[in-house]
Design a protein around this ligand. Structure first.
Ligand SMILES: [Zn+2]
Length: 203
């Protein structure tokens, strides 16, 4: 799947089939549920063929019901919308589904920013506080807590010693830089899709 950024963020909110459905919506711009099922099952058939496993070990095909459930889920979270058109011949309604760009973009940005903020808080804490820990590495505590506990571990009673947290700080700093980069490329990825969509609409 090309939209790696999405997978990661959306998976936290929903299940794998829904992520795949959303990816198809992003790719196809507008599509009916039956076509989504066909695309998913074509992929599964191919996978089953490639593994050459006996038929009973095949990955089961996805049912229309399941895809519809995913679409409703996305709709509930305002990540997808539909357009309803009555089929003149059958009299039934046909639902054309499409992704809601602004919401997807906002979701990615806010999630990533949240993670970065948490890491920064942790970094700030590590930088401000020298931590004390026992040899076993039980819950590290600040100087004032260590003082209060008489420099003894509250878990095992062993003596507490200053913990070298330079390594933790370096790891956190790297992680923050990485996430900032991911946030940036994720946005570029989404903007790229948006641009392509606009072009397709205007042409
Ligand atoms: Zn301990």
């Amino acid at each position: 799947m090309p939209y790696s950024q999405l997978d990661d963020v959306i998976l936290k909110l929903t299940d794998e089939v829904t992520v795949q459905v959303l990816n198809i919506l992003l790719e196809k711009r507008e599509i009916i549920d039956e076509d989504i099922v066909n695309i998913l099952n074509e992929g599964l058939d191919q996978e089953n063929q490639e593994t050459e496993a006996p038929e009973e070990n095949n990955i089961p095909r996805i049912a229309l019901k399941e895809v519809r459930k995913s679409l409703y889920k996305l709709n509930e979270r305002s990540l997808a919308r539909y357009r309803r058109v009555r089929d003149k011949e059958t009299g039934y309604f046909v639902y054309y589904w499409s992704p809601i760009w602004e919401r997807i973009r906002d979701l990615i940005v806010s999630r990533r920013k949240q993670t970065i903020k948490k890491l920064k808080q942790r970094l700030d804490y590590e930088q401000r506080n020298l931590l004390y820990v026992c040899e076993e590495g039980h819950t590290p505590v600040t100087f004032s807590d260590a003082f209060e506990f008489g420099f003894l571990c509250t878990v095992c009673g062993q003596e507490l010693a200053q913990k070298e947290n330079a390594e933790t700080i370096a790891i956190l700093q790297t992680k923050i830089t990485e996430l900032k980069k991911i946030l940036k490329t994720g946005l570029e990825e989404i903007e790229g899709i948006e641009e392509r969509m606009e072009k397709a609409v205007n042409s």
